[in-house]
Each structure stands twice: as structure tokens, then as C-alpha cells.
Design a protein around this ligand. Structure first.
Ligand SMILES: NC(=O)c1ccc[n+]([C@@H]2O[C@H](COP(=O)([O-])OP(=O)(O)OC[C@H]3O[C@@H](n4cnc5c(N)ncnc54)[C@H](OP(=O)(O)O)[C@@H]3O)[C@@H](O)[C@H]2O)c1
Length: 314
């Protein structure tokens, strides 16, 4: 064989081996090391002793589960969500279980964006606290998967969904980072979704905004990890919450199970599906589109049918 051609083939073979080996190593690390062998880090240490945690979208679902888990770990809480009565219930539940934990609640609609409202209703409270953890959890999904031009609620609802899914995370992160940088410690958890791993037809806004959160977190991780700040994107598969109306199964986890599992991975990985079962499921989403898309198409059809039947919309 021509020696130049032989050299080129060797280079291609070794490069393929290195790239493949790197992916296999990363996969093993993210699944086996993170979930089976690593020990949970001390959150108080990662947050530099600052003992307040802020959680958005915390009156229900995953946000409420993170709030409970962080209270269990000894953090005082600022809960921010839309509905005051639901926030009051969560505060009471947490105070019953953990009477030593201080809980502040802020009723705030992240969908009606006005920066002045952040300055009036949220920032003055945050300014007075020593914030160790920010959980950017608030998020909304469309009622059901469909063509973008048929999105229920039209352009106005599209604007609300993009606003809720992207702005609170970026604005609150920007607000609290300076103090974390000064302290050289702090934790920021950004709740993305496994839908951010793959371009999902008929889920364009949800999948696109979740991709934004995942990508934004990865950039921040590169900027701030050397400054002592832990930044993590959590990208779960389906959870049994109001968002999906699913019940718990072996693969559809309760928000409590996901939060408990995901918190243990802090400081070990900057991106995770949040649980070993979701991490394994998410591997499927990294396969080529011609393989994944037919499954997503079936999922979209059945989800739309199910929701339309539930709501008796024709
Ligand atoms: N469920 C899943 O299968 C799944 C999977 C992957 C990722 N995620 C992500 O996990 C996060 C939480 O989802 P979830 O399933 O826990 O949802 P959920 O059960 O519907 O809870 C959403 C929470 O966000 C609050 N919220 C919604 N819109 C708001 C707004 N405009 N302003 C202020 N608060 C608002 C809700 O408050 P009110 O009750 O007062 O409206 C509620 O506390 C989201 O970012 C979601 O994308 C969910």
C-alpha cells in the first residue's frame, strides 16, 4: 500500500479510537462513577457556609422537591413561584418537618417580564441574604406536542414560554454570581431537560429553551469552576408532576426521587440527567436522528391524544 495512504488510514483509525474511547469513558464516568461510587459532597462546604438557597418554581413538582431536600440539608429557603396560597402551603409543610429552617416566600409571575418587577419584588430580599445555592427550576411546557404554527395561545403564549424558560435563570444567575465570586464558593443548579439533548420535532420551544439552559450552564461551568463555583445542568427524562400528568413508574420518577438523587451528584458532574435510570435512558437520545425521531414522533402523537382526551378538546 502507498505509505502516505497507509499513514492517513492509521491517523483516521487512531483518531476514531481516541474519540470513541473518550465517549465510552465519559459515559462510564457519568453513569457508574457518579451514581454508584462517588460520595455526596458536603453542600455547606460547596456553598462556602452561606446558608440560604433560592428555588424558583418551588410551589410544586421538582422545585418543591429541591426545596425539601435543601431544607433537609440545613439550608434556609427563598421560594419563588406564581401562586401565593401554594407557596404558603409548601412553607408550612417544610416548617412542620424542619422547624429550625427559615422560609421566605415571594409570589412572582416570571411569565410577565418586567425588569422593574425583579428590582422591586425579588432583588431587595436577595440583597439581604447570604446565598449559597440558586436552583433555577421554573419552567413551562406546551400543553401538547404540535406543529409550531399551531402552538396553543399563539405568539403571545410562545413569548411567555420562552420568557419563563430562559429569563429567570439568566437574570437571577447574573444577580447572585458577584457575591459567589467574591466568596469563591456557591452552587447554581439549572434545571434543563433531556429534551435539550435532541432536536425534537413538535416540541421546538420546549426542546429549544431547554437546550439553551444546558448550553448556558456548560459555558458558565467553564467560566466559573476555577473560581470555586459549582454549576450544574440537570436534564431529567419524564417525571410524575403536573407538567406531564404521568404517574410514577420504574422510569418515570417522582420529583422527590429525582431531587434526592441529583443533589448527591453536585460537585461530581456539571451535567446530569439527575438519576442513574434517566442517565441510561438519555443515551438513546444521543443516537442519530434517523433512529431517534420515529420514537419521538410516536411519543408526540400519543401524548397529544392523551391530553386532548383528558381535556376533551376536539
Ligand atoms: N416534569 C417533567 O417530566 C420534567 C422533565 C424534565 C425537566 N423538567 C423541568 O423541571 C422543571 C420543573 O418542572 P415540574 O415538572 O416540576 O413542573 P410543575 O409541576 O408544573 O411545577 C412548575 C412550578 O413552576 C411554577 N411556575 C410555572 N409558571 C410560572 C410562572 N410564570 N411564574 C412563576 N412560577 C411559575 C409553578 O407555580 P404555580 O403552581 O404557582 O403555577 C410550579 O411551582 C421545569 O423547568 C421543567 O422543564 C420537568
Amino acid at each position: 500500500m502507498n505509505p502516505i495512504l497507509s499513514d492517513i488510514l492509521h491517523i483516521i483509525a487512531y483518531t476514531t479510537l481516541v474519540l470513541f474511547g473518550h465517549r465510552i469513558f465519559l459515559g462510564f464516568y457519568k453513569i457508574f462513577y457518579v451514581y454508584l461510587f462517588s460520595k455526596p459532597k458536603n453542600l455547606k462546604k460547596l456553598s462556602g457556609g452561606a446558608n440560604w438557597a433560592i428555588i424558583t418554581g418551588s410551589s410544586d413538582g421538582l422545585g418543591k422537591a429541591y426545596a425539601n431536600e435543601l431544607a433537609k440539608n440545613g439550608f434556609n429557603l427563598v421560594l419563588i413561584s406564581r401562586t401565593l396560597s401554594k407557596l404558603e402551603n409548601v412553607k408550612n409543610e417544610i416548617n412542620e418537618k424542619y422547624p429550625e429552617i427559615e422560609v421566605k416566600i415571594i409570589a412572582f409571575d416570571f411569565g410577565k417580564f418586567s425588569f422593574k418587577d425583579y428590582e422591586k419584588d425579588i432583588f431587595p430580599i436577595l440583597d439581604k441574604l447570604d446565598i449559597g445555592i440558586l436552583v433555577n427550576n421554573v419552567g413551562q411546557m406546551h400543553k401538547y406536542p404540535d406543529y409550531f404554527h399551531l402552538f396553543l395561545g399563539g405568539p403571545e403564549k410562545v413569548a411567555e414560554l420562552v420568557t419563563v424558560n430562559t429569563l429567570p435563570c439568566t437574570i437571577l444567575t447574573s444577580k447572585i454570581l458577584s457575591k459567589m465570586v467574591e466568596r469563591k464558593s456557591g452552587i447554581i443548579i439549572n434545571i434543563s431537560s433531556a429534551s435539550g439533548y435532541h432536536e425534537m420535532a413538535k416540541w421546538s420551544i420546549y426542546s429549544g429553551t431547554k437546550r439553551f439552559i444546558k448550553h448556558f450552564s456548560a459555558c458558565l461551568h467553564k467560566e466559573y469552576s476555577s473560581l470555586g463555583i459549582t454549576i450544574q445542568a440537570v436534564c431529567p427524562m419524564f417525571l410524575a408532576t403536573n407538567m406531564t400528568h404521568y404517574s410514577v413508574t420504574k422510569t418515570i420518577l417522582s420529583p422527590e426521587a429525582l431531587a434526592e438523587s441529583a443533589i448527591k451528584t453536585l460537585g461530581h458532574t456539571s451535567e446530569t440527567a439527575g438519576s442513574i435510570i434517566h442517565e441510561i435512558q438519555a443515551i438513546g437520545l444521543s443516537f442519530p436522528s434517523f433512529f431517534v425521531d420515529p420514537f419521538i414522533s410516536i411519543l408526540s402523537k400519543t401524548q397529544k391524544q392523551k391530553i386532548l382526551e383528558q381535556q376533551k378538546i376536539k
